[in-house]
Design a protein around this ligand. Structure first.
Ligand code: CTP
Length: 436
C-alpha cells in the first residue's frame, strides 16, 4: 500500500528557495485547473538521497500540454509542446526548464466500466519505469503539497541501498537498463537486489544487449562517461560480461584501467582550473579511451552503428590516432617547452587531456597540464602596438617577433613583463636589420 509520508519539510530544507516556490506555484495552478500534479523520478530520488538534482519532471493526471500552457502563461515562460507524446517543456525567463508529461490515462474506457481510482494513471505510469528508486512521486497540489507517493517501495530500497527492478521483464523490455542499473549502483554505492542481479545476468546471457539500437547504446555509454567514476562502472560491465556484447575488440586490462583513472584526475584538474569557462566535451575523452585498441575496420563499423554525430566521430578519431602519434614524439624526444606549446596550441583541449592521461610519464603529464593551464592561456605583456612605437613597420615580422618572445617566456628565458619583453624585442629587431 502506498506510503503517505510528507516530505514538505525536506523539500524546504534541501531545495533552493526558488525551486521550492516554483513547485508550490505550479501546485496552485494545478488546483485551479482541477488537475493532479506530481513531481517525479530522478528529482525525488535525489531529493531523498541528498544529491543535487534540479531536473524538474512534472506528471499530471490529464493533458500535459494544455496544463503546461497555463503554467507558461502564468510564469512568463516559453512553451514547447509535443502533442504526439502529450509532453511539454516550459522554459522560464531565467532559463530554468520544467518538463511536463501526461500520466497515461485510459482513453477508451468501456462504457459502464468501473471508474479509475484517484491515482491509477500515475501508478500505471510509474510502473513502466526501470527501478523502484525512480518511482517516487511527490504531490504538489496545494492542500497535499509534499505528500510522498511510494507505490513500489522505493523509499525502503533507498534506505536499504538497493537497485531493484519492478518486475521480471524489466531488462527484457529495455536492455539499456542493464547499463543504467550498474550506473546507479556505482553512483550511489548501492547494491543490486538479489533477484534483480539474477535477472540482469539472465538478460546478459541471452545477449539481449545486442538487440539494442546502436544509438541507444551510445547514449547510455555517454551517460556512464558523464559520471564521476566511469572506471568503476566499466569494471562492473566487464564482470557481468557486457563489454563483449558491445564489441569483441574492447580492451579492458590494467593499462586501460590506469588510463581511465588518470583521465578522471586530469578532468578534475581541468574543471577546477577552468570551471565552466571552457566548453570541453569531457565524456568523449573516456569514450575514445574506451574504444582505443579496437582495430580500424571494427572501429569504423562501431562508430557507424552508434550513429554518432560526425563532429564527435572526428574528435574521437583525432584523440585516438593523432593522440598516439603525438605521444610517440612527446615521450621519445626531449622537447623544449615552446616546442610542446607549438605542437599542441591549435589542438582541442580534449586531445591534450587525452594524452596527458594516456602517458605513464608523470613529468610529461605535468608539462602538458602546464601547457593547458598556463602557456595556452598566456597573454604577452607586449603587443603589436608597442612594437609599432619602436618605429618598426607593421608586417609579418611583427608576428614573428611576438612568437619568438612568447617562446622565450615559455622556455623561461625571459619574464612576461613589459620592460624585459621590450628589450628583447629591440634585440630581435636589430638582428633583423643587420640581416637586411
Ligand atoms: N527510465 C526508464 N528506462 C530507461 C530510461 C529511463 O524507466 N531506459 C525512467 C527512469 O525511471 C527515470 C526516468 O525515466 O527516472 C527519467 O530518465 P532519465 O532522465 O534518463 O534518468 P534520471 O533518473 O533522471 O537519471 P539521471 O540522474 O542520470 O539523469
Amino acid at each position: 500500500s502506498p506510503g503517505y509520508k510528507n516530505v514538505k519539510q525536506i523539500m524546504k530544507e534541501r531545495l533552493p528557495e526558488k525551486v521550492f516556490n516554483l513547485l508550490k506555484k505550479i501546485g496552485e495552478i494545478a488546483d485551479r485547473e482541477k488537475i493532479n500534479a506530481y513531481v517525479i523520478g530522478g528529482f525525488v530520488r535525489d531529493l531523498i538521497i541528498g544529491r543535487r538534482n534540479l531536473d524538474v519532471d512534472i506528471v499530471v493526471e490529464g493533458d500535459a500540454p494544455s496544463f503546461a500552457k497555463k503554467v507558461a502563461k502564468e510564469l512568463n515562460g516559453k512553451l514547447h509542446s509535443f502533442e504526439k507524446f502529450k509532453t511539454a517543456t516550459v522554459t522560464l525567463p531565467d532559463g530554468f526548464r520544467i518538463d511536463f508529461a501526461s500520466a497515461r490515462t485510459e482513453i477508451y474506457r468501456a462504457p459502464g466500466a468501473l471508474p479509475e481510482v484517484d491515482t491509477a494513471p500515475l501508478k500505471k505510469d510509474l510502473f513502466r519505469r526501470d527501478f523502484t528508486i525512480n518511482t517516487l512521486a511527490i504531490k504538489i497540489n496545494g492542500k497535499e503539497f509534499g505528500k510522498l507517493i511510494d507505490f513500489f517501495n522505493g523509499l525502503k530500497d533507498i534506505k536499504e541501498k538497493k537497485i531493484r527492478v519492478l518486475h521480471a521483464l524489466s531488462f527484457v523490455e529495455d536492455p539499456t537498463r542493464i547499463l543504467r542499473a550498474l550506473r546507479f549502483a556505482v553512483r550511489y554505492r548501492f547494491d543490486l537486489g538479489k533477484h534483480t542481479e539474477k535477472l540482469l545476468r539472465i538478460a546478459v546471457k541471452k545477449n539481449l544487449f545486442r538487440t539494442v539500437e546502436g544509438k541507444r547504446v551510445y547514449l547510455e555509454l555517454k551517460h556512464i562517461f558523464e559520471e564521476e567514476n566511469p572506471l568503476r562502472i566499466v569494471n562492473r560491465m566487464k564482470e557481468y560480461g557486457i563489454l563483449k556484447s558491445i564489441s569483441s575488440g574492447i580492451i579492458w586490462d590494467k593499462r586501460k584501467k590506469d588510463f581511465f583513472e588518470r583521465i578522471r584526475k586530469v578532468i578534475n584538474w581541468h574543471k577546477l582550473t577552468f570551471g565552466n569557462r571552457k566548453k570541453v566535451n569531457y565524456p568523449i575523452i573516456y569514450f575514445a579511451a574506451f574504444l582505443e585498441g579496437i582495430h580500424g575496420k571494427e572501429l569504423e563499423k562501431l562508430l557507424k552503428d552508434f550513429s554518432i554525430p560526425e563532429k564527435e566521430v572526428d574528435l574521437i578519431k583525432n584523440l585516438i590516432y593523432r593522440g598516439k602519434q603525438l605521444l610517440k614524439t612527446l615521450e621519445k624526444e626531449k622537447l623544449k617547452n615552446s616546442e610542446i606549446y607549438n605542437l599542441l596550441k591549435s589542438e582541442p583541449d580534449e586531445l591534450t587531456l587525452y594524452i596527458a592521461a594516456k602517458t605513464d610519464k608523470e613529468k610529461l603529464r605535468l608539462k602538458l597540464l602546464d601547457f593547458l593551464g598556463e602557456w595556452k592561456e598566456m597573454k604577452l605583456a607586449i603587443t603589436g602596438r608597442d612594437l609599432k612605437e619602436t618605429g618598426l613597420k607593421p608586417g609579418p615580422v611583427f608576428k614573428k617577433i611576438l612568437k619568438t618572445l612568447k617562446d622565450k617566456v615559455i622556455d623561461g628565458e625571459i619574464d612576461n613583463v613589459y620592460d624585459e619583453l621590450k628589450t628583447e624585442a629591440q634585440k630581435q629587431i636589430e638582428t633583423i636589420h643587420s640581416k637586411n
